[in-house]
Ligand binder design. Sequence first.
Ligand SMILES: C[S@@+](CC[C@H](N)C(=O)[O-])C[C@H]1O[C@@H](n2cnc3c(N)ncnc32)[C@H](O)[C@@H]1O
Length: 392
Amino acid sequence: MDLQTAEWLVSADAGRALALAAAQPDPESLAAATRLRAAHPPERAAAALDQVVLRARARRKFGDAADAYFWTAAGLEQATRPAVSTRRAARFAASGAVELVDLGCGLGLDAAAAAAAGLAVTAVERDPVTAVLAAANLARVPGARVRVLTGDAEALAPELLAGGAAVFCDPARRTAAGRSWRIEDLSPPWPFVRTLLDGSRPACVKLGPGLPLGLIPDEVEAEWLSDAGDVVEAALWAGPGTTPGRRRAVVDGAELVRDAALPAPPVGPVGAHLYEPDGAVIRAGLVPAVAEQVGGWRVHEGVAYLTASGLVPTPWAEAFEVLEVLPHQEKALRAWVRERGVGILEIKKRGVDADPAALRRRLRPAGPHAATLVLTPTASGAVALVVRRCRP
Ligand SMILES: C[S@@+](CC[C@H](N)C(=O)[O-])C[C@H]1O[C@@H](n2cnc3c(N)ncnc32)[C@H](O)[C@@H]1O
């Protein structure tokens, strides 16, 4: 979409085209394009139809609120989920910040949450089309005090931060080839982003959850967040109210914190229950805290599965009842699957070299029953645990 089309799209003028696009039974069809083009120039017809398709896609992440926003495919992919942006905004507000500079705001989802939390927001975006859509999105926040500047974050930062505003940066993690997890591919670049965490102001930097731990500066707080089963980000915090070295896992809003490394839990035999810690807990190095909570131990050195004799419901790990312990041998597993009439087979694994999808095919599941196998090394060799989820 070019800049002119973006400006039209967010104007009142586009209302009719968007309504017509939304009324199409299949907005991706040629028939829909033909109908829209009968009333609007081709680039506007395409932009309106695209918007309807993207809003439908965005509803999965943002619910009905998605219909109030303007999207691009890349902007939607990078947009922070509401539960996460709202929590971040509340943290900024709690730090005492009254003004926030968002350096690389994308479509403005984090900025919108900050504005909704009462902060005055200056959002910077270098892509002019994205900036136009972000401004329209932010204008929809009731009572928002916001401005969107089109420009380079690194160039604008000194002036924008001179007054002591808090800062947020969610660097793009995309290259021409698609999504990237390499720190060298961040934009704005990491050496600049890193300077925002110097502690002189409330600051948060959002990074991918796979961030190498060695890159985390000693003086920052780091938290890993998971939402509805996905580990969505690592966030580094600095400035007033933060504790250097603190590590936190946030699982669907529930927080687990440590300020000092805990000793690794002991290794022992598989007990009556198995616990699979949430990915955010594992990355934050908090598996020992969960072991303490559930009275558990590890099944093997270097493997994040915990086991315990009792069931202690916890938000930090998924709990399973261990029903059987089978050898990790394909022939034995195939016989077990056949004897039990297992047609729906879930295979989980850690610490063993196996491709669950390929193994499932080779085990030839057939029959009316469902089962879950967990492949893991133990002190007495690799095993396949037959487990049943303990529903909370
Ligand atoms: C990951 S997105 C931000 C998403 C946003 N937090 C949200 O929830 O909607 C990063 C954005 O930074 C922008 N960007 C990358 N480098 C930039 C730079 N040097 N200056 C300004 N914006 C930049 C990209 O165009 C992209 O839109």
